[in-house]
Each structure stands twice: as C-alpha cells, then as structure tokens.
Design a binder for this molecule. Sequence first.
Ligand code: APR
Ligand code: PHB
Length: 391
Amino acid sequence: MRTQVVVIGAGPAGLLLSYLLRSEGLDVVLLEARSREYVRKRMRAGVCEQPTVELLREIGLGTRLDAEGLRHEGFSLRFDGSDHRVALTELTGKAIMVYGQQEIVKDLIDAHEAKGWPIEFEVSGVSLSGLDTDRPRVDYRDVTGVSQVVDADVVAGCDGFHGISRPAVPAGGLRAFDRQYPFAWLGVLAQTPPSSEELIYAHHERGFALHSMRSPELTRAYLQVAPDEKLADWSDDRIWSELSLRLKTDADFSLHEGPLLDKSITPMRSHVVEPMRYGRLFLAGDAAHIVPPTGAKGMNLAVADIRVLSRALVELLQHNSSELAESYSDTCLKRVWRAEHFSWYMTSMLHVDPDADVFQHRLQLSQLRYTASSRAAATSLAENYVGLPFA
Ligand code: APR
Ligand code: PHB
C-alpha cells in the first residue's frame, strides 16, 4: 500500500490530524490499536480551552459542542474553608467549555464515517522503519490478522504516552525531560447533578479534591491519593465521605451523592521529548508530552500541536515546502513548556506533598491567598487556564 501520511493512534490528536489532512485532500491511513467502542467510551478530562473551541467550530465540529457543552466563565479555588472565585471571563474576556474529551472523539469518528474516511481499528504489531529516509514504512496486522505494509511520505506518531512511535526513534534521537509526582488522582463519574455551577479546585490538609461535571445530570470528581493506591480499597461510601470532607466549607455547601458509573486511578507525571520529530516521524499530543491533569491541558495541547502539524504537512506534501515542517517542533515546544509550567504550578499549589515540610506548606497557602486576592496573580492564572493563543 502507498499513502501520503500514516497516522498512528485515533485519540484526539490522531483523529483531528486525519480530519484536517483529509479535508485538504491528502491521502491518509489512520491506524488504532483499540476497538471503536473502546475509543468512543474512554473516559478522560473535560475542559476545552477557548482556542480549542474556536478551532472545532471553524472546522465544522462545533454543533454538538455548542449545544451540549457547558460554557464556564469562572471557577473556584477552595481553601481555608471558603471559596475564592477566579473570574476567567472578567479577567481575560475568554471562557472555557466543559465538554468531555470522549465527546470530541465521538464527533471526530462520526465526521470520518459521514465522509467515508476509513479508520482501521484493532490493528496490532505496528512497527516503523526507514524514518530517516523520505519513504518511511509502517508494518502492521489488520483487524483480521493479515499483515500489511504501507509506504508513506510521513508518519505521524499520535499514539499517546504508551505508544510505539516515540520508542521507534533510535537512541540519542530524542531527549526526554521527566518529573514524577508523589500522588495520583482517583476519578469518579457520578449519576447526580453537580453540587456547584462552577468547577471547584479544593486545597485541603487531607489532600486535593476537584469537583467537576459533564452535564446537568452528571458529576465528575477527583481525589488526590497515593500513587500506589488500590481502587479496591475505595468503596463508593469512602469516596463520598472523603470528597465531602475535602470540599467542606464554613458556609452551607452540600455535596449531591449518587451512583458511581466509573472509577479510575491516574498517576501524575510531567514528560516532554525534544525535538518532537525524528526524520519523517512527527510526534504529537501525549506521544510527545504529558502534563499532570490539574490544569486540564492534555487534550488542548494535543489540539494545538495538530493545528501546527496539519499546516506543516499540507505545505510539505502539497506545495513541496519544508519550512513549517522544519519549525514544527520549536513552534510547538514553546506552548508545550508554557503548559508544562502551568500544570506543574497548579499541581504544586493545590496538592499535599507527603514529603513537604511546614515551611513549604506555609508557602503554598501564601501562594493560594495571593492568587485569590491579587488581580495580577489571578489574571496570570486565568489567561493560562482559558488557553494562550495558538502559534
Ligand atoms: N498502534 C495504534 N494505536 C495505538 C498504539 C499502537 N501501537 N498505541 C497506542 N495507540 C492508540 C491508543 O489506543 C489511543 O487511542 O493511540 C491513541 C492515543 O490517544 P491518547 O492517549 O488519547 O493521546 P492523544 O490523542 O495525544 O490525546 C491527548 O488525550 O490521553 C489524553 O491525557 C491525554 O488529554 C490528553 C489527550
Ligand atoms: C474534568 O472534568 O475531567 C477535569 C476538569 C478540570 C481539570 C481536570 C479534569 O483540571
């Protein structure tokens, strides 16, 4: 088989890249290891930055987002027993949209199906070769187990943190930057109306808690837990009582409880590779960088990469101009490192570090109080949160 671009991975990054390239008339093969059902249902974060929302509207994928997404103009920092609102829209003129990542994934899969653009689900044994030539090759087995070979102009590694693209780069081809955090998030989806109209990021001596939502009927919440925590140790009752302790205020906040539809534990880390390219392999999204989820930047960063990459590949393959492809990595890494810093800052400000001493704890509270009381500090948080402009 021969194609222009092989995209590995049908998460938000791979699906969006395939959609943008095929809209420009490029020939794409899109390969995904998991099943269609699995990919559509996978529960992930749910905050879209303003630039993400604008891009999705611009490319014709804003209809359900605008109908079902929840526009939020602020959120709450909860500490010292009370709420301190960060007025996103008043401070920046922008807003965010609460819309689950898997809803965007569904919209993208539906758009592919409506246009008759194939996605190969349930492929296995994907391997890359010839990445440093101008004819890279991808070997894989299709859903029926038959071996396939594709010769391409470019391979896009959009296969997430555990994919095969990044490890396919020979030793010395990439430099990795890594930070592990001494905690994880236990996330739940609950069949109950949100207990607050806006998101609540709570700093509490027992650990961080986040109150979020997916719809007027569905609550999403997270608890900071130890990195080696076992889900089996967290009964529904224990989860609700811990959330209620950490979200308690001196006023009359009450948490709406309900049946839990989903529970999971996610470790937290920061990771970046440089450059986001090796020869004819371009890395994007989680394949190139991970952020801890506190700033809700993961999917938004993937979208930003793809905006830059899709233009670069159209220039390269349709106009034989390599300038944007050459600058792809540098352009993206500037935004990536800004988001890495922001996610690290939100994480450090809000979580209880088991290794921190009382001095660090005092600094943390001072940072929270300053952010809540200074318009300058709140504006800095807000402009990062709503999303800095795409390059
Ligand atoms: N072959 C084909 N597909 C693969 C392979 C492989 N060897 N390995 C992984 N994949 C698929 C995964 O099954 C997944 O569907 O690649 C996809 C990667 O998608 P994501 O992990 O969602 O990564 P990305 O598209 O970069 O999206 C980034 O999604 O993962 C969240 O927190 C992340 O919010 C961020 C955003
Ligand atoms: C979510 O709703 O899943 C969510 C919201 C905000 C975050 C992270 C996750 O910072």
